[in-house]
Ligand binder design. Structure first.
Ligand SMILES: *Cc1c(COP(=O)(O)O)cnc(C)c1O
Length: 399
């Protein structure tokens, strides 16, 4: 091969996104000129306070909420923890039963598991083989002592979009609070809290081209959660700690842009995603698409390559300059297959050979052919070394 410059193509936008320049620009003054503490009464403090409140308005407007319904957190994970553990604590007297799905993010699953260790009961509703929750299963799972249903808006691994409007209506009718993790849905799907029966909703800045280490929890008016961090009076005394002013400002700007660009962004990414799926499924044998063909996030494609081990696939793709993921970034490095892929019914060997490709703002249709070419080479090479593939060829009389 000639000394070509290795192109780097980032295809892991579900793990994190590159911060956009407009966001960095909005943040910079809050590291330098406007360095005040928002709780201070002099001018640099008041500047910072105003910026935090403006960012709160922007986040609220992006999702059709009131600014008073938004609290800033240190991450999407924190928002999930707060919602779940907060409701559990607030409604402890009413009951100790929670309903969730088998394919939630670990910030949700591990929060309910922590409660289960302390005496709460948890019902995990299943998903079908395309990764969709049936609202009727949620309805059946709700009991008189159920205090919370938590089901994500869109899945981070296989991209499936859940019928949260219908699930929300069921919860509302039964008088049960409904939390949804919308970290992946933000900027990808239209979100309007006026239209949804959602009581609590989690967001994260770094998944929408904002900074890492900032999240938000939407808490519908009338829903009261216990204080999450004791200390000063920040976030109306619910989460003490001096605000991450630059981060919050960046989040506000990122969310404002993401909401205004959502329809165009979704249309563009859907086209790229579908072209990539068609190319890969059409050109490589023994591949399956995980998740739903259409009820999926615009930028998400998730494949299982039979006879292949996902980690090797990733490492070789990295050598060709493609950054992808095997399932979810949080579990890479562990040998357990993804709980999401197991929940849609994949056997371990198939789940192990999975690849998540998530497109974002910086990708285009012109990324597909180079990715496809690299995949063909990598898949061929790994299958040549695979004893399972060898057995398969022999069994089929092809060798
Ligand atoms: C990334 C992610 C989170 C966690 O957000 P952080 O800000 O990284 O803590 C939670 N839920 C989903 C669905 C995610 O994709």
């Amino acid at each position: 091969m000639a000394q070509e410059e290795r192109k780097f193509v980032y295809l892991d936008n579900a793990a994190t996104t590159r911060m956009r320049p407009e966001v960095l620009e909005a943040m910079l003054p809050y590291f330098t000129e406007h360095y005040g503490n928002p709780s201070s009464l002099y001018e640099v403090g008041r500047d910072a306070k105003k910026a935090v409140e403006l960012a709160r308005e922007k986040v609220a407007r992006a999702i059709g909420a009131e600014p008073s319904e938004i609290v800033f957190t240190g991450s999407g994970s924190e928002a999930d923890n707060w919602a779940i553990k907060g409701v559990a604590q607030a409604l402890e007297k009413k009951g100790r039963h929670i309903v969730t799905s088998a394919i939630e993010h670990h910030a949700v699953l591990h929060s309910v598991e922590a409660l289960a260790k302390r005496g709460w009961e948890v019902t995990y509703v299943p998903v079908d083989d395309q990764g969709i929750v049936d609202p009727a299963d949620v309805e059946r799972a709700i009991r008189p002592d159920t205090v919370l249903v938590t089901i994500m808006m869109a899945n981070n691994e296989i991209g499936t979009v859940q019928p949260v409007d219908e699930i929300g209506r069921i919860c509302r009718a039964k008088g049960v609070w409904f939390h949804t993790d919308a970290v992946q849905a933000a900027g990808a799907l239209p979100i309007d809290m006026k239209m949804l029966s959602v009581d609590l909703c989690s967001f994260s800045a770094h998944k929408i081209y904002g900074p890492k280490g900032v999240g938000a929890l939407y808490i519908r008016k009338g829903v009261r959660l216990p204080v999450f961090i004791d200390g000063g009076g920040q976030e109306r005394k619910r989460r003490a700690g001096t605000e991450n002013v630059p981060g919050v400002v960046g989040f506000g700007r990122a969310f404002e842009l993401a909401a205004s660009e959502q329809p165009a962004n979704a249309a563009r990414l859907t086209e790229i995603r579908d072209a990539a799926i068609a190319r890969i499924m059409g050109g490589i044998p023994h591949v399956r698409l995980n998740g739903h063909p259409t009820k999926r996030l615009p930028g998400n494609a998730n494949f299982s390559f039979q006879f292949i081990e996902g980690e090797s696939l990733l490492l070789l793709l990295d050598m060709y300059g493609f950054a992808c993921s095997s399932g979810s970034a949080c579990t890479s490095g562990s040998l357990d297959p993804s709980h999401v892929l197991l929940a849609i019914g994949l056997v371990h060997e198939i789940a192990h050979g999975s690849l998540r490709v998530t497109f974002g703002k910086e990708n285009g249709l012109d990324d597909i052919e180079p990715l496809f070419e690299a995949l063909v080479k990598v898949v061929d090479r790994l299958r040549e070394m695979s004893p399972l593939y060898d057995e398969y060829l022999k069994a089929e009389g092809k060798k």
